[in-house]
Design a protein around this ligand. Structure first.
Ligand SMILES: [Zn+2]
Length: 104
């Protein structure tokens, strides 16, 4: 997700779809080559990443915690395909906090 930080609000202007290297519905890893390309080509700031939880609620999971540890300050948007709900979290040094984001 790329966009702008406006005061306290992160505003998503564009999303880049990337391949799930795990080819799984229960785990994911963004293709690192695509990820680097998005960082290099983005005209706006990379705000964070989104993924879906196909069978579960859009709540932060243990797997989300493990895979996000190196992305301090980035937003993780989780979309539940089960309920349609979304939740955004921002990764902090010592955990995560729910975050409000705007979709432009
Ligand atoms: Zn997740």
């Amino acid at each position: 997700m790329v966009g702008k930080v406006e005061g306290e609000l992160r505003a998503v202007a564009k999303v880049h779809h990337t391949k799930n290297m795990h080819e799984s519905s229960s785990s994911y890893q963004i293709d690192p080559i695509e990820q680097v390309r998005v960082f290099e080509e983005a005209e706006l700031d990379v705000l964070g990443f989104y993924h879906s939880h196909p069978f579960w609620d859009s709540l932060w999971s243990k797997a989300d915690d493990e895979t996000s540890k190196l992305w301090i300050g980035y937003v993780f948007l989780i979309i539940s395909l089960k309920t349609g709900a979304t939740n955004a979290y921002i990764r902090k040094q010592d955990g995560v906090e729910k975050e409000d984001i705007a979709i432009l």
